[in-house]
Design a protein around this ligand. Structure first.
Ligand SMILES: [Zn+2]
Length: 493
Protein backbone atom coordinates (compact mmCIF):
# COMPACT_ATOMS: atom_id res chain seq x y z
CA UNK A 1 0.00 0.00 0.00
CA UNK A 2 2.80 2.34 0.99
CA UNK A 3 4.48 1.52 -2.34
CA UNK A 4 1.32 2.32 -4.29
CA UNK A 5 0.96 5.59 -2.46
CA UNK A 6 4.44 6.67 -3.41
CA UNK A 7 3.79 5.77 -7.08
CA UNK A 8 0.58 7.77 -6.90
CA UNK A 9 2.44 10.69 -5.37
CA UNK A 10 5.00 10.41 -8.14
CA UNK A 11 2.33 10.54 -10.84
CA UNK A 12 0.75 13.53 -9.17
CA UNK A 13 4.10 15.30 -9.02
CA UNK A 14 4.74 14.61 -12.72
CA UNK A 15 1.37 16.02 -13.68
CA UNK A 16 1.95 19.29 -11.89
CA UNK A 17 5.60 19.49 -12.83
CA UNK A 18 5.38 22.20 -15.50
CA UNK A 19 3.53 24.59 -13.25
CA UNK A 20 5.88 24.31 -10.28
CA UNK A 21 9.17 24.19 -12.17
CA UNK A 22 10.88 27.57 -12.21
CA UNK A 23 10.50 28.93 -15.70
CA UNK A 24 14.01 30.32 -16.14
CA UNK A 25 17.55 29.08 -16.30
CA UNK A 26 20.11 30.50 -13.92
CA UNK A 27 23.15 30.50 -16.16
CA UNK A 28 26.00 32.99 -15.66
CA UNK A 29 27.17 34.33 -18.03
CA UNK A 30 23.83 34.59 -19.84
CA UNK A 31 23.83 32.47 -23.04
CA UNK A 32 23.59 34.19 -26.40
CA UNK A 33 20.25 32.58 -27.22
CA UNK A 34 17.82 30.52 -25.16
CA UNK A 35 14.55 29.00 -26.39
CA UNK A 36 12.41 27.61 -23.60
CA UNK A 37 9.90 24.80 -24.13
CA UNK A 38 6.71 24.26 -22.12
CA UNK A 39 7.87 20.90 -20.67
CA UNK A 40 10.19 20.45 -17.72
CA UNK A 41 12.81 17.86 -16.92
CA UNK A 42 14.12 16.27 -13.78
CA UNK A 43 17.05 14.58 -15.40
CA UNK A 44 20.09 16.19 -16.99
CA UNK A 45 21.71 12.95 -18.01
CA UNK A 46 24.01 13.55 -20.98
CA UNK A 47 22.38 11.59 -23.83
CA UNK A 48 24.73 12.67 -26.61
CA UNK A 49 27.93 14.68 -26.94
CA UNK A 50 28.90 15.32 -30.52
CA UNK A 51 31.24 17.51 -32.52
CA UNK A 52 29.65 19.92 -34.96
CA UNK A 53 32.42 21.97 -36.53
CA UNK A 54 30.02 24.33 -38.28
CA UNK A 55 29.11 25.86 -34.91
CA UNK A 56 32.55 27.46 -34.55
CA UNK A 57 35.30 26.34 -32.20
CA UNK A 58 34.12 28.14 -29.07
CA UNK A 59 30.38 27.62 -29.61
CA UNK A 60 28.03 24.94 -28.33
CA UNK A 61 24.38 23.95 -28.38
CA UNK A 62 22.67 22.31 -25.46
CA UNK A 63 19.24 20.75 -25.94
CA UNK A 64 17.48 20.07 -22.64
CA UNK A 65 14.73 17.47 -23.17
CA UNK A 66 12.45 15.59 -20.78
CA UNK A 67 14.76 12.57 -21.00
CA UNK A 68 18.11 14.34 -20.70
CA UNK A 69 20.58 16.55 -22.51
CA UNK A 70 22.15 16.63 -25.96
CA UNK A 71 25.38 18.58 -26.32
CA UNK A 72 26.88 19.67 -29.63
CA UNK A 73 30.06 21.70 -29.81
CA UNK A 74 32.22 23.23 -32.50
CA UNK A 75 35.58 22.58 -30.85
CA UNK A 76 37.35 21.86 -27.60
CA UNK A 77 36.53 25.27 -26.10
CA UNK A 78 32.89 25.05 -27.12
CA UNK A 79 32.65 21.62 -25.52
CA UNK A 80 34.16 22.90 -22.26
CA UNK A 81 31.73 25.83 -22.23
CA UNK A 82 28.80 23.51 -22.91
CA UNK A 83 29.93 21.33 -20.02
CA UNK A 84 30.20 24.43 -17.80
CA UNK A 85 26.64 25.37 -18.66
CA UNK A 86 25.48 21.82 -17.96
CA UNK A 87 27.24 21.97 -14.57
CA UNK A 88 25.26 25.10 -13.66
CA UNK A 89 22.01 23.52 -14.84
CA UNK A 90 22.77 20.47 -12.69
CA UNK A 91 23.30 22.76 -9.72
CA UNK A 92 20.03 24.49 -10.51
CA UNK A 93 18.21 21.16 -10.71
CA UNK A 94 19.71 20.12 -7.37
CA UNK A 95 18.34 23.33 -5.87
CA UNK A 96 14.89 22.88 -7.46
CA UNK A 97 14.27 19.13 -7.70
CA UNK A 98 10.75 19.78 -8.98
CA UNK A 99 12.43 20.31 -12.36
CA UNK A 100 13.88 22.87 -14.69
CA UNK A 101 12.53 23.91 -18.08
CA UNK A 102 13.33 22.08 -21.29
CA UNK A 103 14.81 24.23 -24.00
CA UNK A 104 17.63 24.83 -26.42
CA UNK A 105 20.66 26.97 -25.59
CA UNK A 106 22.79 28.23 -28.47
CA UNK A 107 25.83 29.94 -27.13
CA UNK A 108 29.24 31.37 -27.83
CA UNK A 109 31.32 34.16 -26.28
CA UNK A 110 30.95 37.78 -27.35
CA UNK A 111 34.72 38.26 -26.89
CA UNK A 112 37.57 35.76 -27.10
CA UNK A 113 39.37 37.22 -24.04
CA UNK A 114 37.79 36.96 -20.59
CA UNK A 115 40.47 37.24 -17.97
CA UNK A 116 41.15 37.64 -14.29
CA UNK A 117 44.43 38.88 -12.86
CA UNK A 118 45.74 37.81 -9.48
CA UNK A 119 48.67 39.40 -7.69
CA UNK A 120 50.88 36.91 -5.87
CA UNK A 121 53.67 39.53 -5.92
CA UNK A 122 51.94 41.57 -3.20
CA UNK A 123 50.68 38.54 -1.29
CA UNK A 124 51.85 35.11 -2.25
CA UNK A 125 49.09 32.76 -3.38
CA UNK A 126 49.89 29.07 -2.85
CA UNK A 127 49.28 26.64 -5.70
CA UNK A 128 46.27 25.00 -4.04
CA UNK A 129 44.58 28.41 -3.74
CA UNK A 130 45.29 29.25 -7.37
CA UNK A 131 43.64 25.95 -8.34
CA UNK A 132 40.53 26.81 -6.34
CA UNK A 133 40.52 30.23 -8.01
CA UNK A 134 40.77 28.54 -11.42
CA UNK A 135 37.88 26.18 -10.60
CA UNK A 136 35.60 29.15 -10.04
CA UNK A 137 36.91 30.84 -13.17
CA UNK A 138 36.02 27.80 -15.27
CA UNK A 139 32.55 27.68 -13.72
CA UNK A 140 32.00 31.20 -15.09
CA UNK A 141 33.74 30.57 -18.44
CA UNK A 142 36.77 32.79 -17.88
CA UNK A 143 39.60 31.70 -20.15
CA UNK A 144 42.69 33.72 -19.11
CA UNK A 145 44.40 33.62 -15.72
CA UNK A 146 46.97 36.39 -15.49
CA UNK A 147 49.69 36.03 -12.84
CA UNK A 148 51.29 39.30 -11.76
CA UNK A 149 54.50 37.57 -10.70
CA UNK A 150 56.75 40.51 -9.87
CA UNK A 151 56.42 43.86 -8.18
CA UNK A 152 57.97 46.10 -5.55
CA UNK A 153 56.73 43.86 -2.74
CA UNK A 154 57.93 40.50 -4.04
CA UNK A 155 59.34 38.40 -6.89
CA UNK A 156 57.76 34.95 -7.35
CA UNK A 157 59.46 33.40 -10.39
CA UNK A 158 62.64 31.37 -9.88
CA UNK A 159 65.24 31.98 -12.60
CA UNK A 160 68.28 29.67 -12.87
CA UNK A 161 71.53 31.52 -12.18
CA UNK A 162 69.85 34.20 -10.07
CA UNK A 163 69.61 32.75 -6.55
CA UNK A 164 69.05 36.11 -4.86
CA UNK A 165 65.57 36.24 -6.41
CA UNK A 166 64.62 33.56 -3.92
CA UNK A 167 66.87 34.45 -1.00
CA UNK A 168 66.18 38.21 -1.16
CA UNK A 169 63.50 39.33 -3.65
CA UNK A 170 60.85 36.80 -2.63
CA UNK A 171 60.80 37.92 1.01
CA UNK A 172 59.91 41.06 2.88
CA UNK A 173 60.30 41.96 6.53
CA UNK A 174 56.64 42.85 7.13
CA UNK A 175 53.52 44.35 5.58
CA UNK A 176 52.23 47.80 6.53
CA UNK A 177 54.11 47.68 9.81
CA UNK A 178 52.55 44.45 11.07
CA UNK A 179 55.93 42.99 12.05
CA UNK A 180 55.15 39.69 10.31
CA UNK A 181 57.63 38.54 7.63
CA UNK A 182 56.02 37.58 4.32
CA UNK A 183 57.43 35.62 1.42
CA UNK A 184 56.92 32.97 -1.20
CA UNK A 185 58.37 31.64 -4.41
CA UNK A 186 56.77 29.23 -6.85
CA UNK A 187 58.79 26.30 -8.04
CA UNK A 188 58.97 25.60 -11.72
CA UNK A 189 57.05 22.37 -11.09
CA UNK A 190 54.24 24.18 -9.27
CA UNK A 191 53.80 26.63 -12.10
CA UNK A 192 53.78 23.81 -14.64
CA UNK A 193 51.19 22.02 -12.55
CA UNK A 194 49.05 25.16 -12.50
CA UNK A 195 49.38 25.54 -16.26
CA UNK A 196 48.24 21.93 -16.80
CA UNK A 197 45.40 22.29 -14.31
CA UNK A 198 44.16 25.43 -16.01
CA UNK A 199 44.57 23.99 -19.51
CA UNK A 200 42.23 21.12 -18.59
CA UNK A 201 39.67 23.80 -17.73
CA UNK A 202 40.14 25.84 -20.90
CA UNK A 203 42.18 28.53 -19.15
CA UNK A 204 45.43 29.95 -20.53
CA UNK A 205 47.88 31.20 -17.91
CA UNK A 206 49.50 34.54 -18.78
CA UNK A 207 52.65 35.46 -16.81
CA UNK A 208 53.54 39.07 -16.12
CA UNK A 209 57.03 40.41 -15.50
CA UNK A 210 56.62 44.13 -14.94
CA UNK A 211 59.32 46.36 -16.50
CA UNK A 212 61.02 48.79 -16.18
CA UNK A 213 59.33 50.02 -12.97
CA UNK A 214 57.51 48.20 -10.16
CA UNK A 215 60.81 46.52 -9.38
CA UNK A 216 61.99 47.29 -5.87
CA UNK A 217 62.08 43.60 -4.97
CA UNK A 218 64.46 42.98 -7.87
CA UNK A 219 66.44 46.07 -6.84
CA UNK A 220 66.90 44.61 -3.36
CA UNK A 221 68.36 41.42 -4.85
CA UNK A 222 70.31 42.86 -7.79
CA UNK A 223 70.86 46.59 -7.24
CA UNK A 224 73.43 46.60 -10.05
CA UNK A 225 70.62 46.27 -12.65
CA UNK A 226 69.33 49.74 -11.82
CA UNK A 227 70.20 53.28 -12.86
CA UNK A 228 71.02 54.28 -9.29
CA UNK A 229 72.09 51.15 -7.37
CA UNK A 230 71.26 51.22 -3.66
CA UNK A 231 73.09 48.40 -1.90
CA UNK A 232 70.90 48.80 1.20
CA UNK A 233 67.63 48.57 -0.76
CA UNK A 234 64.94 46.40 0.87
CA UNK A 235 61.88 44.69 -0.59
CA UNK A 236 59.03 47.18 -0.19
CA UNK A 237 56.71 46.61 2.79
CA UNK A 238 53.94 49.10 1.97
CA UNK A 239 51.86 49.95 -1.12
CA UNK A 240 52.86 52.69 -3.54
CA UNK A 241 54.76 53.40 -6.72
CA UNK A 242 58.31 52.36 -7.40
CA UNK A 243 61.16 54.81 -7.36
CA UNK A 244 63.55 52.49 -9.20
CA UNK A 245 63.96 51.73 -12.89
CA UNK A 246 66.12 49.05 -14.44
CA UNK A 247 68.86 50.62 -16.55
CA UNK A 248 68.65 49.61 -20.22
CA UNK A 249 72.30 50.56 -20.71
CA UNK A 250 73.64 47.73 -18.58
CA UNK A 251 74.41 44.50 -20.44
CA UNK A 252 73.70 42.42 -17.31
CA UNK A 253 70.07 43.64 -17.46
CA UNK A 254 69.58 42.12 -20.91
CA UNK A 255 71.32 38.93 -19.91
CA UNK A 256 68.96 38.71 -16.95
CA UNK A 257 65.78 39.26 -18.95
CA UNK A 258 66.92 36.76 -21.58
CA UNK A 259 67.13 34.21 -18.74
CA UNK A 260 63.73 35.28 -17.38
CA UNK A 261 62.01 34.96 -20.75
CA UNK A 262 63.61 31.60 -21.39
CA UNK A 263 62.28 30.38 -18.07
CA UNK A 264 58.81 31.67 -18.93
CA UNK A 265 58.98 29.91 -22.27
CA UNK A 266 59.89 26.63 -20.59
CA UNK A 267 57.08 26.89 -18.05
CA UNK A 268 54.20 28.61 -19.85
CA UNK A 269 52.92 27.36 -23.20
CA UNK A 270 51.25 30.77 -23.72
CA UNK A 271 52.99 32.89 -26.35
CA UNK A 272 52.13 36.00 -24.34
CA UNK A 273 54.30 37.70 -21.76
CA UNK A 274 52.71 40.68 -20.05
CA UNK A 275 55.47 43.26 -19.61
CA UNK A 276 53.55 45.73 -17.46
CA UNK A 277 55.15 48.96 -18.64
CA UNK A 278 53.02 51.05 -16.31
CA UNK A 279 53.86 53.80 -13.85
CA UNK A 280 57.54 54.06 -14.78
CA UNK A 281 59.16 57.20 -13.32
CA UNK A 282 61.18 58.11 -16.43
CA UNK A 283 62.82 61.04 -14.67
CA UNK A 284 65.28 58.42 -13.38
CA UNK A 285 66.38 57.69 -16.94
CA UNK A 286 66.50 61.41 -17.54
CA UNK A 287 69.06 61.78 -14.71
CA UNK A 288 71.06 58.54 -15.14
CA UNK A 289 74.51 59.30 -16.63
CA UNK A 290 74.56 56.05 -18.65
CA UNK A 291 71.09 56.74 -20.01
CA UNK A 292 71.98 60.34 -20.85
CA UNK A 293 75.02 59.21 -22.81
CA UNK A 294 72.99 56.59 -24.62
CA UNK A 295 70.33 59.12 -25.62
CA UNK A 296 72.97 61.52 -26.89
CA UNK A 297 74.70 58.75 -28.88
CA UNK A 298 71.44 57.60 -30.46
CA UNK A 299 70.16 61.13 -31.05
CA UNK A 300 67.07 60.51 -28.91
CA UNK A 301 65.12 63.60 -27.91
CA UNK A 302 63.86 62.40 -24.54
CA UNK A 303 63.18 59.47 -22.21
CA UNK A 304 59.95 58.65 -24.06
CA UNK A 305 62.02 57.79 -27.10
CA UNK A 306 64.28 55.80 -24.86
CA UNK A 307 61.22 54.01 -23.48
CA UNK A 308 60.12 53.14 -26.98
CA UNK A 309 63.58 51.76 -27.78
CA UNK A 310 63.63 49.82 -24.49
CA UNK A 311 60.34 48.10 -25.29
CA UNK A 312 61.37 47.47 -28.88
CA UNK A 313 64.42 45.63 -27.57
CA UNK A 314 62.36 43.75 -24.98
CA UNK A 315 59.91 42.77 -27.72
CA UNK A 316 62.77 41.56 -29.94
CA UNK A 317 64.12 39.50 -27.04
CA UNK A 318 60.69 37.90 -26.58
CA UNK A 319 60.35 37.31 -30.30
CA UNK A 320 63.43 35.05 -30.24
CA UNK A 321 61.30 32.66 -28.15
CA UNK A 322 58.18 33.15 -30.24
CA UNK A 323 56.66 35.27 -27.44
CA UNK A 324 54.79 38.55 -27.79
CA UNK A 325 54.28 41.29 -25.19
CA UNK A 326 51.19 42.84 -23.65
CA UNK A 327 51.12 46.09 -21.69
CA UNK A 328 49.09 48.14 -19.25
CA UNK A 329 47.98 50.99 -21.50
CA UNK A 330 49.48 54.34 -20.55
CA UNK A 331 47.84 56.39 -23.28
CA UNK A 332 50.53 58.56 -24.77
CA UNK A 333 53.61 56.70 -23.61
CA UNK A 334 54.36 55.79 -27.21
CA UNK A 335 55.88 52.45 -26.28
CA UNK A 336 53.57 50.30 -28.37
CA UNK A 337 53.75 48.95 -31.87
CA UNK A 338 50.78 48.28 -34.17
CA UNK A 339 49.31 44.84 -33.63
CA UNK A 340 50.21 44.70 -29.94
CA UNK A 341 47.63 44.21 -27.22
CA UNK A 342 47.16 46.60 -24.33
CA UNK A 343 44.89 46.80 -21.30
CA UNK A 344 42.91 50.01 -20.72
CA UNK A 345 43.08 50.31 -16.93
CA UNK A 346 43.13 53.99 -16.02
CA UNK A 347 40.07 55.36 -14.31
CA UNK A 348 37.40 56.94 -16.49
CA UNK A 349 39.54 56.73 -19.63
CA UNK A 350 37.92 53.69 -21.23
CA UNK A 351 36.04 55.50 -23.99
CA UNK A 352 38.98 57.57 -25.13
CA UNK A 353 41.26 54.52 -24.87
CA UNK A 354 38.98 52.68 -27.30
CA UNK A 355 39.41 55.44 -29.89
CA UNK A 356 43.11 56.03 -29.30
CA UNK A 357 44.09 52.37 -29.48
CA UNK A 358 42.00 51.91 -32.61
CA UNK A 359 43.83 54.80 -34.24
CA UNK A 360 47.21 53.37 -33.15
CA UNK A 361 46.41 49.92 -34.56
CA UNK A 362 46.45 48.24 -31.15
CA UNK A 363 44.24 45.50 -29.78
CA UNK A 364 42.46 46.44 -26.58
CA UNK A 365 41.43 44.51 -23.50
CA UNK A 366 38.98 46.42 -21.33
CA UNK A 367 40.15 46.59 -17.71
CA UNK A 368 39.00 50.08 -16.79
CA UNK A 369 39.44 50.26 -13.05
CA UNK A 370 36.08 51.79 -12.17
CA UNK A 371 34.53 48.50 -13.31
CA UNK A 372 37.32 45.97 -13.28
CA UNK A 373 39.54 46.50 -10.22
CA UNK A 374 38.03 44.00 -7.89
CA UNK A 375 40.26 44.78 -4.93
CA UNK A 376 38.17 47.95 -4.55
CA UNK A 377 35.40 47.74 -1.93
CA UNK A 378 32.04 46.55 -3.23
CA UNK A 379 29.73 47.91 -0.55
CA UNK A 380 29.68 51.50 0.66
CA UNK A 381 31.57 51.80 3.92
CA UNK A 382 33.86 48.81 3.38
CA UNK A 383 37.57 49.18 3.94
CA UNK A 384 38.97 51.29 1.07
CA UNK A 385 42.44 52.29 2.27
CA UNK A 386 41.34 55.89 2.16
CA UNK A 387 41.16 56.18 -1.62
CA UNK A 388 39.56 53.26 -3.46
CA UNK A 389 36.27 53.99 -5.14
CA UNK A 390 33.39 51.78 -4.04
CA UNK A 391 32.60 49.57 -7.01
CA UNK A 392 29.25 47.90 -6.51
CA UNK A 393 28.14 44.68 -8.17
CA UNK A 394 25.72 46.79 -10.18
CA UNK A 395 28.49 49.12 -11.33
CA UNK A 396 30.53 46.12 -12.54
CA UNK A 397 27.46 44.77 -14.25
CA UNK A 398 26.98 48.02 -16.17
CA UNK A 399 30.23 47.49 -18.06
CA UNK A 400 29.74 47.18 -21.79
CA UNK A 401 33.30 46.69 -23.08
CA UNK A 402 32.35 48.53 -26.29
CA UNK A 403 30.66 51.39 -24.41
CA UNK A 404 27.80 51.36 -26.90
CA UNK A 405 30.11 52.18 -29.81
CA UNK A 406 29.60 50.61 -33.21
CA UNK A 407 31.26 47.35 -34.32
CA UNK A 408 33.36 49.41 -36.77
CA UNK A 409 34.75 51.46 -33.90
CA UNK A 410 35.33 48.51 -31.58
CA UNK A 411 36.53 45.63 -33.77
CA UNK A 412 39.92 45.83 -32.02
CA UNK A 413 38.49 45.05 -28.58
CA UNK A 414 39.55 41.53 -27.58
CA UNK A 415 37.57 41.31 -24.36
CA UNK A 416 37.52 42.08 -20.66
CA UNK A 417 39.91 41.61 -17.78
CA UNK A 418 39.37 42.17 -14.09
CA UNK A 419 42.29 42.65 -11.72
CA UNK A 420 42.60 41.82 -8.03
CA UNK A 421 45.62 43.81 -6.87
CA UNK A 422 46.67 42.30 -3.60
CA UNK A 423 48.44 44.91 -1.49
CA UNK A 424 45.48 44.52 0.84
CA UNK A 425 44.38 40.96 0.02
CA UNK A 426 46.53 38.78 2.28
CA UNK A 427 44.96 35.39 1.54
CA UNK A 428 42.46 33.43 -0.55
CA UNK A 429 39.63 34.33 1.77
CA UNK A 430 40.13 38.05 1.22
CA UNK A 431 40.79 37.54 -2.48
CA UNK A 432 37.59 35.61 -3.12
CA UNK A 433 35.58 37.94 -0.92
CA UNK A 434 36.45 40.93 -3.06
CA UNK A 435 36.51 39.17 -6.44
CA UNK A 436 33.09 37.53 -6.07
CA UNK A 437 30.35 38.01 -6.92
CA UNK A 438 31.63 40.92 -9.05
CA UNK A 439 33.67 38.62 -11.30
CA UNK A 440 30.36 37.06 -12.33
CA UNK A 441 29.29 40.47 -13.67
CA UNK A 442 32.59 40.83 -15.55
CA UNK A 443 32.15 37.30 -16.93
CA UNK A 444 28.79 38.30 -18.35
CA UNK A 445 30.21 41.56 -19.74
CA UNK A 446 32.80 39.55 -21.65
CA UNK A 447 30.54 36.74 -22.77
CA UNK A 448 26.96 37.87 -23.36
CA UNK A 449 25.62 40.11 -26.12
CA UNK A 450 24.07 43.28 -24.73
CA UNK A 451 20.59 42.41 -25.96
CA UNK A 452 20.29 39.41 -23.59
CA UNK A 453 21.72 41.17 -20.55
CA UNK A 454 19.54 42.61 -17.79
CA UNK A 455 20.42 43.68 -14.27
CA UNK A 456 17.18 42.30 -12.82
CA UNK A 457 17.75 38.89 -14.37
CA UNK A 458 21.41 38.92 -13.34
CA UNK A 459 20.48 39.79 -9.76
CA UNK A 460 18.02 36.88 -9.68
CA UNK A 461 20.69 34.52 -10.98
CA UNK A 462 23.30 35.70 -8.47
CA UNK A 463 20.83 34.89 -5.68
CA UNK A 464 20.44 31.36 -7.09
CA UNK A 465 24.20 30.97 -7.51
CA UNK A 466 24.78 31.52 -3.83
CA UNK A 467 23.36 28.03 -3.25
CA UNK A 468 25.15 26.55 -6.29
CA UNK A 469 28.57 27.85 -5.27
CA UNK A 470 28.08 26.95 -1.63
CA UNK A 471 27.28 23.35 -2.54
CA UNK A 472 29.85 22.90 -5.31
CA UNK A 473 32.77 24.91 -3.94
CA UNK A 474 31.88 25.13 -0.25
CA UNK A 475 32.08 28.90 -0.60
CA UNK A 476 29.48 31.48 0.48
CA UNK A 477 28.84 34.39 -1.88
CA UNK A 478 26.79 36.37 0.61
CA UNK A 479 28.09 39.94 0.84
CA UNK A 480 27.15 42.40 3.54
CA UNK A 481 29.05 45.35 4.90
CA UNK A 482 29.79 43.33 8.01
CA UNK A 483 30.75 39.88 6.77
CA UNK A 484 34.07 40.73 5.13
CA UNK A 485 37.06 38.90 6.67
CA UNK A 486 38.81 41.44 8.93
CA UNK A 487 41.98 43.21 7.78
CA UNK A 488 45.02 43.33 10.08
CA UNK A 489 45.93 46.80 8.86
CA UNK A 490 42.63 48.59 8.94
CA UNK A 491 43.08 52.23 9.98
CA UNK A 492 46.85 51.97 9.46
CA UNK A 493 48.60 53.96 6.76
ZN1 LIG B 1 70.17 54.23 -16.61
Amino acid sequence: MKHLLSIFAGILLCAILPSVAADKYSIIPEPGRTELKPQATRTLKLLSDKAEASLGKDAYRLAVTPGGVHLASGGREGRLYGQATLRQLQDQLAAQPEGIPCGVIKDKPRYPWRGLMVDPARHFIPLADLKKFADLMAYYKFNKLHLHLTDNQGWRLPVPGYPRLESVASKRAETFGDGIPHGGMYTREELKELVAYCAERGIEVIPEIDVPGHNEALAAAYPEFFCFPKPDMKVRTVAGNSKELVCPQKPEVWKFYAAVFKELKDIFPSKIVHLGGDEAPTELWEKCPLCRQARARAGMRDEQEQMRAFFARMTALLAKNGQTPQFWYEGNAGIYHPGETVYAWRQDQARQSIDKTKKAGLNLIMASNEYCYLDFPQIQGQYNWGWMRTTTLRKCYELDPAFGKSPQETGHIRGVHAAAWAEHLPDLNHLLYRVYPRAMAIAEAGWSPMDVRSWDNFRRKVADHRAFVLKRFNYDLERTKENEPPFRWENKK
